[in-house]
Design a protein around this ligand. Structure first.
Ligand code: FAD
Length: 361
């Protein structure tokens, strides 16, 4: 496997232009934490973004930071912390900003901080055939044209290489507290629905973690509301991380499916499951599946609710058909006409849209 390790956007554009001309397939790689999502493909070359790691601009007063896409999330967090600000991805320190955006990841605190997609206000990217495109703007009033940066969020390296982003950042919360309680995902869903402004509620078969953030009085009030619903809770100290066990280490073993459904469906989908972590109120859960039979069973329940369950660790692909295959096909043809970027992941021209695996995952 060959390697492209660009230092500039021009390097990326030249590399993709050549790849397109010569029919060389390319996989974009950041921190390698989420590479299995979508149908994994064999490619000729990996393009690593990790040398595109510079801070382009940081204006704390404007709550705006512009970075290259290969910047590690840990390095960005350290920079922003100097001004008591954060980009609330809650991703592993070695994940890259571009990888988090391209894999459509969510914050564990999404109930409080919103969708990460909405923090991306401007993006520079290079299309599969080497065109450099800028979308969005650093100031809202200057925005014209298509929201290509929104399209790129969750595109899994199939449409282009994100090379630079401008991100809206937020002040760090004044206080944080995590409450640990006994309970299942049904209780987690109730807490998420009934406690306003809770930051995150993680339910696992081992119990609940409820994250509270805000002003001290606000946290006390929220904690009382959670305790009324959950019974006894244990409060962890201010510095405890959330989730306590990072989700990228868990569930363990086998394939991990990333279930996305309407939030109220989660308890039904996870009933009987003993290996999961669920973000209540958001409708996302990571479910460990040790066999093909388990993958199929989870997907059947998910599809019954209109949700999706791609594999994000191990084999299994996206699972199910793409919702609007014609749109995907046209976008792929326009952004990556020679089909060199992660071919087979999400869409391959001339084939049927990817389906759930029928054997071997
Ligand atoms: C079980 C599990 C659950 C997780 N849940 C979350 C979560 O909810 N929230 C969260 O923030 N993190 C989560 N993570 C961590 C997650 O892996 C990282 O947030 C992030 O998605 C990976 O970043 P990366 O740099 O490692 O990307 P990689 O794994 O290197 O790449 C991810 C995808 O993006 C593409 N890509 C990478 N960089 C670019 C680029 N510059 N331009 C275009 N395409 C690119 C790749 O081709 C690939 O398809 C989870 C991990 C696991 C294993």
């Amino acid at each position: 496997m060959d390697l492209i390790h660009p230092r500039t956007v021009v390097d990326v554009a030249e590399a993709l232009g050549t790849a397109s001309q010569d029919g060389i397939s390319v996989l974009v790689v950041g921190g390698r934490r989420h590479l299995d999502k979508g149908n994994p493909t064999d490619v000729d070359v990996e393009l690593w973004t990790t040398q595109l790691d510079q801070v382009v601009a940081y204006e704390p007063d404007e709550m705006l930071v512009v970075v290259q896409s290969g910047m590690r999330c840990g390095a960005l967090a350290e920079l922003l912390a100097q001004h008591r600000q954060e980009w609330p991805a809650d991703a592993p320190a070695d994940a890259t900003v571009g990888g988090v955006i391209a894999s459509g990841s969510t914050s564990a605190r999404r109930l409080r901080v919103g969708a990460l997609r909405d923090t991306v206000v401007e993006m520079q990217l290079v299309t599969g055939d080497g065109r450099v495109v800028t979308s969005g703007a650093r100031t809202v009033k200057n925005v014209t044209g298509y929201d290509v940066h929104r399209l790129m969020t969750g595109s899994l390296g199939t449409l282009g290489v994100i090379t630079q982003v401008a991100l809206k950042v937020r002040p760090m919360p004044e206080r944080r507290r995590t409450l640990v309680a006994v309970g299942d995902v049904a209780l987690a869903t109730t807490i998420a629905a009934e406690v306003p402004l809770v930051a995150g509620v993680l339910g696992t078969h081992e119990g609940l973690e409820v994250r509270l953030e805000g002003w001290p009085d606000e946290i006390d009030e929220l904690a009382s509301a959670v305790t009324r619903l959950a019974g006894d809770t244990v409060a962890l100290d201010e510095d405890s991380s959330f989730p306590r066990i990072p989700w990228w280490l868990w569930p363990d073993g086998g394939t991990v499916l990333e279930v996305a459904v309407v939030p109220s469906s989660l308890p039904g989908i996870l009933a009987g499951s003993t290996n999961y972590a669920a973000l209540a109120g958001v409708g996302i859960a990571w479910v460990g599946a040790a066999s093909l039979g388990e993958i199929v069973a989870v997907r059947r329940r998910v599809e019954g609710t209109g949700g999706v369950a791609p594999a994000i660790r191990g084999p299994g692909g996206l699972g199910g058909t793409l919702p609007v295959p014609d749109v995907h096909r046209r976008l792929k043809a326009s952004f990556d006409p020679a089909n060199v970027l992660a071919p087979g992941r999400a869409w391959t021209p001339g084939t049927a849209a990817p389906r759930a695996p029928t054997s071997g995952g």
